[in-house]
Write a protein that binds this ligand. Structure first.
Ligand SMILES: Nc1ncnc2c1ncn2[C@@H]1O[C@H](COP(=O)(O)OP(=O)(O)O)[C@@H](O)[C@H]1O
Ligand SMILES: O=C(CO)[C@@H](O)[C@H](O)COP(=O)(O)O
Length: 455
């Protein structure tokens, strides 16, 4: 495959931009609003008809919502495997950001359409009766107080969770092995994939599962808040669940039945990622002045949204640097393998996207930056520039957390004689990290058959 590499800087943890309004009060003919939520922040962007960004703002969960006590937007539990985020923190972040835009004079009435994206795989559990509450929101009150009692699980499992190994094994066995599961759903069983998370929840807390009427992904959850009703899951983000038959675009009965009983009714329907779901809830019209005509377009996962936003075409490869690093490309003929993922394509739903996810992305880089470059990216970059490409033969693998691609953990350094060493000088350490991370991306992509030409 030819093509070029595209570098995306996903809106990530390091972003410390303060409230920044470019020209929110100018009389635009039409505006389009996008919301993005990763593990550490909620970000809102408005664009005009010419696709120019007219406004950008973000809520950093740790900084702006300290009452939830998260670190990087998450809670890592004592077993070090379970990782969750408080669902009400996400709702409160939306209240704050919309209130702030309103105070700044942003004209919500001009917003014709709204869509968004969210970290993939995370799940939200709506309690019995929540739909009724969502459909009848009182515009005098903030969303977080209205929805306080609407979740059967207060702490949503997110993509960094790796506590479901047993459930993964069980699912692969049930369908005839890991390759068979990959053939159906695009991926062998992964611990963070939502079906395995739901299976764990059902087996550990069946009574909570019974109290749950709907399970949303983070993306469809956010869409539901704007829609004032349960939003369907889109094909592309739905592919990160080990539950969707990606060629038929329907839930796989065997996967559903293996994970939990009556799961189909709790997941609702699946739709193409560019579906218009309906109009914004009257709550937003009354509280913020949205037009009742404002359309809500299905939300999707952050990686599918990056593929769409970068306007990738056949032959292009994108590397996204975030909490996780991902590498992805647009493909037409998928060959699901035991490593990596195939998702339905968010733009052309008959096509696909292939994705590799590397868990030790920015957190690892930030750790080495703090240890070797006094916490400064500038010093980090200077050190990188001061060492030669190839690092004089010194190589390192840096997996602070159990890596996804490949399954490995620990920091491993080798000198020019291929001998294992326990440390490197600081500048060598920085280059070993950067080269190691990017070599891994190339090697794993090539192993899957992607041909990357020299740039
Ligand atoms: N000088 C640098 N050298 C290497 N990686 C960097 C450097 N600066 C930022 N990064 C990485 O790039 C990604 C995005 O960084 P950042 O500038 O904070 O953008 P954003 O605001 O979109 O998060 C992060 O994963 C971070 O680890
Ligand atoms: O698990 C994956 C992809 O499969 C992650 O890429 C998540 O989609 C979220 O990543 P961040 O935006 O938090 O890095």
């Amino acid at each position: 495959m030819g093509g070029y590499a595209t570098w995306i800087k996903t809106p990530g943890r390091a972003a410390s931009a303060q409230f920044q309004v470019l020209k929110p009060k100018k009389d635009y003919r039409a505006l389009y609003l996008g919301a993005y939520k990763d593990i550490a922040q909620l970000k809102v962007i408005a664009i005009n008809e010419g696709l120019q960004v007219v406004l950008e703002d973000n809520i950093q969960f740790d900084r702006d919502l300290p009452e939830f006590g998260t670190q990087g937007g998450i809670h890592t539990h004592r077993d070090k495997l379970t990782v969750t985020s408080p669902v009400l923190m996400w709702v409160k972040a939306l209240d704050i950001i919309l209130d702030r835009l309103k105070s700044s004079g942003f004209n919500f009435g001009k917003v014709r359409a709204l869509s968004g994206s969210g970290q993939q795989h995370g799940s939200v559990y709506w309690k019995n009766g929540a739909r009724d509450q969502l459909r009848h929101l009182n515009a005098d009150l903030p969303l977080h107080s209205l929805l306080e009692a609407c979740f059967s699980v207060a702490d949503s499992p997110i993509w960094m969770d790796s506590s479901t190994s047993a459930k993964c094994h069980h699912l692969e066995e049930a369908v005839g092995g890991p390759q068979e599961l990959a053939n159906i759903t695009g991926s062998r069983a992964y611990e963070r994939f939502t079906g395995n998370q739901i299976a764990k929840m059902f087996h550990q807390k069946p009574e909570i599962y019974l109290q749950t009427e709907r399970i949303s992904l983070v993306s469809s959850f956010a869409a539901s808040l704007f829609l004032g009703d349960y939003a369907p899951i889109d094909y592309s983000d739905g592919s990160g669940m080990n539950l969707l038959n990606i060629s038929e675009k329907t839930w796989s009965e065997i996967c559903l039945d293996t994970c939990a009983p009556n799961l189909k009714e709790r997941l609702g329907s699946v739709v193409p990622s560019n579906s218009v779901l309906g109009s914004v809830s009257p709550y937003y019209a009354d509280r913020y002045g949205f037009s009742r005509e404002c359309r809500i377009v299905a939300f999707t996962g952050d990686n599918p949204a990056s593929l769409a936003g970068m306007r990738l075409q056949q032959g292009d490869i994108a590397v996204s640097l975030g909490t996780s690093d991902t590498l992805f490309l647009w493909i037409q003929d998928p060959t699901p393998a035991l490593e990596g993922h195939i998702f339905c394509n968010p733009v052309q739903h008959q096509d696909y996207m292939a994705l590799l996810c590397f868990k030790n992305g920015s957190l690892m880089r930030e750790r080495i930056r703090d240890e070797c470059a006094s916490g400064s990216w500038e010093i980090f970059s200077q050190a990188l520039a001061s060492t030669p490409p190839g690092n004089s033969g010194n190589v390192g693998f840096y997996f602070e957390a159990m890596e996804i691609t490949p399954q490995a953990v620990g920091v491993h350094r080798f000198n020019a004689d291929s001998r294992k060493v326990s440390e490197f000088p600081k500048d060598v350490e920085i280059r070993a990290l950067v080269e190691g991370q990017f070599m891994a991306k190339r090697i794993h992509a090539e192993r899957l058959g992607y041909k990357i030409n020299s740039l």
